[in-house]
Design a binder for this molecule. Structure first.
Ligand code: NAI
Length: 743
């Protein structure tokens, strides 16, 4: 089959091609070759001089005549490539379609860089880069609609390698390669292919710089066959770059050294470290050849993973000489850092958009107050409180020293939101974030970010974002923190209520319009980098669904009743799945768990909502403290449990305990556990009968004690626990806390 080329000539019958700058040089030969093989050709040429000055129709006309004389089909066009629409329109008017665009028109304004004027720069960019953009864009939608297109960009070895006196030209020429690379990606699914050539040929552009023998050997006819092949429908090449000239063709690709990680564990990256690794950074031995952005990034991941493995080995004294290591976050420098204040201005639109984003619908009449600004009770859903605060989260990661942020590896782990006032339906809110703590979970680092959101001077809500950075652990940090807002498991009984909602396939696409732009929720490629089969729903969106289920089930959609919510994001949800919220009512503490119905997997775990009455009104001497304390939850739990066994405890303990809980040094709440009178009772406020023992402790330390992390005796000796009255009775209390406040 050696004669296969002759048997099956590559034909272009029925195809319509635009060749720009086809009045001479390379463009002319492309036009002639394509026309000779059946294409209908628009011969475009402005007919100016080599520097882009003047214009004339004669150049294009002559080529059209030549084509027609040979029996081919061609029409002239005399517009500048900067008017791309007109050139493409000529093709549509004459032949009704456009299949091939060869961006070839070009001029030169060579100057040493020091002498390059604005005009020298601008004209070159306009003709080469902007011109190719304009012509190609004008053709693009036609190609997309017909699911076929072939595009050529013309770069130059001056752009690839640089060339003295051609700064303007080199920049434009390599700009075209970037343009081509991206068009190749965007066009692929429409069968639009885009390739770039860097030709060398004798033409009026080169006749002053190349000797005659070379000009003869470098005929444009030795370039045109490559262009024709790349424009043929049977050619599958896409996104490639070729050097071509004198009958020779070579393909180019990027090469990258294995490189070196120059940052040492728990250290800043320094210029000295770069200098010391220079040889390895630049060593092309075993170099890789990334073909795409995806490949480039995934190679990077491989390198990082390898380094992680090696890092483990470096703990081993026998490999103490190992120099490569990734760094980790540096809590000492980061904790307490304030995130620059963020401002969020909104109108009625945003709360409505949010309500739609978390699945509210006009099908449900009592959703109207969240969807229609004209409704008498128009309100903001309580969980909208995360929206003004979310910008602080994005700002926080950059403030953690030693943390290499790879956004495909950042997961939202947990969320706590506490409302201090119903959210205004429009206005300007300011949020102040602080890095509360950084934890080392081995497989990753957890960044705790506290964000307080204010309306003027009033605290409206408080958020705690818990962000998990995969792969950033193992830096020798602590595993837990008293700053964490704890999760709670639901009671061990079937749920008291269940509500479910089908999420739409566009749920994440809609929810992101609230300003949560992470491409993980919309871009399949990005999601794939993160190891997900499809883009996933925002965890905060699932939280919004669950929260409104609770609000409807237990608070009649009254937003003033909603005090706080805590959730842990256990598994991803794919838009289109059914979210099912299971609820357990324990007083005004509503435990909840959300599942994906289709898979029965728990997606929100350890979660709860606190409704307003969860905090009982102070009976006497109450502090009237509004803000939610973590200890409130514990007392609510003790209260519930005492109810069943109160009588027994009264017999056993026979004492009254008063708790003074402090926050920032001030008494924030008082609680009394009366195990002396009647069948026992727990109430908020100071003891109404003489207390036997009064304990004073901070909210945080109290949580540490009941969760078993802080020993009460140690707390006492460390001055964290103050006891007045009968100190011996405190031992009895310890038993109660242990048995009745397990969280
Ligand atoms: P050429 O000067 O013979 O052809 C370029 C054509 O473009 C001319 O006919 C000119 O009138 C036309 N043109 C200029 N500005 C225009 C505008 N605004 N609108 C429409 N047409 C316009 O030059 P040659 O050598 O054939 O170059 C073709 C392409 O190949 C150019 O983009 C050039 O930069 C590139 N190239 C050529 C090399 C060579 O060795 N000849 C080397 C590297 C790149």
């Amino acid at each position: 089959m050696s004669a296969s080329g002759a048997v099956l000539p590559l034909r272009f019958d029925g195809k319509v091609a635009v060749v720009t700058g086809a009045g001479g040089g390379l463009g002319r030969t492309y036009a002639l070759l394509l026309a000779e093989r059946g294409a209908s050709v628009v011969v475009n040429d402005l007919g100016g001089n080599i520097k882009g000055e003047g214009k004339s129709s004669s150049a294009a006309d002559r080529v059209v005549e030549d084509i027609r004389a040979k029996g081919g089909k061609a029409v002239p066009n005399y517009d500048s490539v900067e008017e791309g629409e007109k050139i493409v329109q000529t093709a549509l008017d004459a032949y009704g379609r456009i299949d091939i665009v060869i961006n070839n028109a070009g001029i030169l304004r060579d100057r040493s860089f020091a002498r390059t004027s604005d005009l020298d720069w601008d004209l070159i960019q306009r003709v080469h880069l902007r011109g190719s953009f304009k012509v190609t864009r004008a053709a693009w939608n036609h190609m997309r609609n017909q699911k076929y297109g072939r595009i050529i960009m013309t770069a130059s070895s001056s752009g690839i390698y640089g060339n003295f006196g051609q700064a303007n030209y080199s920049a434009a020429k390599l700009g075209l390669l970037g343009l081509s690379n991206t068009l190749a990606i965007e066009g692929q699914k429409y069968n639009i292919q885009c390739n770039t050539i860097a030709p060398t040929a004798g033409s009026r552009l080169t006749q002053t710089v190349l000797p005659q023998e070379l000009l003869d050997a470098l005929k444009p006819e030795f370039v045109a066959p490559l262009v024709a092949w790349l424009c043929h429908e049977s050619c599958q090449e896409n996104g490639s770059l070729f050097e071509v000239g004198g009958g020779w063709i070579g393909k180019l690709r990027w090469e990258r050294t294995l490189g070196a990680t120059v940052m040492q564990k728990n250290q800043q990256m320094t210029p000295e470290a770069v200098r010391d690794s220079w040889e390895r950074i630049c060593d092309f031995e075993n170099a890789t050849k990334p073909k795409s952005n995806k490949e480039s990034i995934s190679t990077l991941y491989e390198v990082l993973n390898k380094l992680d493995e090696k890092k483990g080995a470096s703990m081993n004294p026998t490999s103490g000489s190992m120099q490569v290591s990734t760094s980790g976050p540096n809590p000492a420098e980061a904790v307490g850092k304030k995130i620059p204040l963020t401002e969020y201005t909104y109108t009625n639109l945003q709360p409505i958009l949010y309500a739609l984003g978390v699945g509210m619908t006009t099908k449900d009449p009592d959703h109207l107050k969240f969807l229609f600004e004209g409704n008498e009770e128009f309100s903001c859903l309580p969980t909208f409180g995360v929206i003004p605060a979310q910008d602080s989260m994005n700002g926080s990661l950059a403030l953690v020293p030693g943390l290499n942020i790879d956004f495909t590896k950042v997961l939202h782990g947990e969320q706590y939101l506490e409302l201090h006032k119903p959210l205004p339906t429009s206005g300007t809110l300011k949020s102040e974030g602080t890095i509360a703590d950084i934890l080392d979970k081995g497989s990753g680092a957890v960044i705790l970010l506290d964000v307080h959101t204010y309306n003027e001077k009033d605290l409206v809500c408080y958020n705690q974002f818990s962000v998990f950075v995969v792969g950033a652990g193992g830096f020798g940090g602590k595993r837990t923190s008293d700053k964490v807002k704890v999760t709670m498991n639901p009671p061990n009984r079937p749920p008291d209520a269940i509500m479910r909602d089908l999420t739409s396939v566009d749920q994440a696409a809609l929810y992101r319009l609230n300003g949560d732009w992470n491409p993980l929720h919309i871009d399949p490629n990005f999601a794939a980098f993160g190891g997900f089969k499809k883009p996933i729903l925002h965890g905060l969106c699932s939280m919004g669904f669950a929260a409104r289920h609770v609000l409807k089930q237990y608070a009649n959609n009254d937003v003033t009743k909603f005090k706080a919510i805590k959730v842990r994001f256990a598994k991803p949800v794919v838009p289109g799945q059914t979210l099912e919220t299971e609820m357990w009512k324990e007083g005004n503490l509503i435990h909840l768990q959300a599942k994906v119905k289709e898979s029965n997997e728990v997606v929100l775990a350890g979660a709860y909502v606190i409704l307003e009455e969860a905090v009982q009104k102070p009976k006497a001497n109450g502090t009237g403290m509004k803000a939610q304390l973590q200890s409130d939850l514990v007392f609510a739990e003790i209260s519930r449990r005492i109810k069943n066994v109160g009588k027994e405890l009264v017999k056993k303990v026979n004492a009254i305990f008063q708790w003074d809980i402090t926050k920032d040094g001030n008494t924030a709440a008082q609680w009394t556990i009366d195990l002396k009178n009647g069948s026992g009772e727990l109430y908020k406020g100071a003891a109404q009968h003489q207390a036997d023992t009064i304990f004073t402790m901070s909210d945080e330390d109290f949580i540490q004690v009941v969760s078993g992390k802080l020993n009460p005796q140690k707390a006492f000796f460390a001055g964290k626990l103050k006891v007045k009255g009968n100190i011996m009775l405190s031992q009895k209390l310890e038993i109660i806390l242990k048995d009745y406040a397990k969280l």
